[in-house]
Ligand binder design. Structure first.
Ligand SMILES: [Zn+2]
Ligand SMILES: [Zn+2]
Length: 149
């Protein structure tokens, strides 16, 4: 595979994962799987949440694509799996580390982009219907300027 197609595959898989995540969050996690997502919307004492099961579930297609793609000569499947895994890493760092402080690795950001992502997600926790995370959120978050979160 050429470098161009490799990068395009990673980028498209990354973007598709946000869209799939938005869909899953909106229609399944806030639907019949609410029983597993609920403890992410309520204060919990435990360091693990039932909601963490979704991280495992989302890992499955990525691992399958990486393993199968590695066996077929690191083709499109492998790089699609890499794109999904990359999204998972960015999501984990943004959602679990930066926003919810589950690990002391990244405590604040001056990035206007991440400030918007943080506000949109915290608004979701306050009851707004922002089901996406990195870009499937209302554009006003990226337009509005805030001095501090
Ligand atoms: Zn939610
Ligand atoms: Zn959250």
């Amino acid at each position: 595979m050429s470098v161009f197609w490799t990068i395009l595959t990673i980028v498209l898989a990354f973007l598709a994962t946000e869209i799939a995540g938005w869909f899953t969050h909106k229609y399944l996690m806030h639907g019949f799987l609410w029983v597993l997502h609920l403890d992410h919307h309520r204060p919990t004492k435990s360091s693990l949440e039932k909601n963490d099961l979704f991280a495992l579930i989302f890992t499955v297609p990525s691992v399958i694509l990486l393993v199968v793609g590695a066996q077929t000569g690191f083709d499109t499947k492998f790089w699609a799996g890499a794109g999904i895994a990359l999204y998972g890493l960015v999501y984990f760092m943004g959602h679990d580390v930066l926003i919810h402080r589950r690990l002391p690795l990244w405590k604040s950001t001056k990035s206007r982009y991440f400030q918007a992502v943080i506000r949109a997600h915290l608004d979701h926790h306050s009851g707004k219907k922002n089901y996406g995370f990195l870009f499937m959120i209302p554009w006003r978050y990226f337009r509005e300027k805030y001095s501090k979160t």
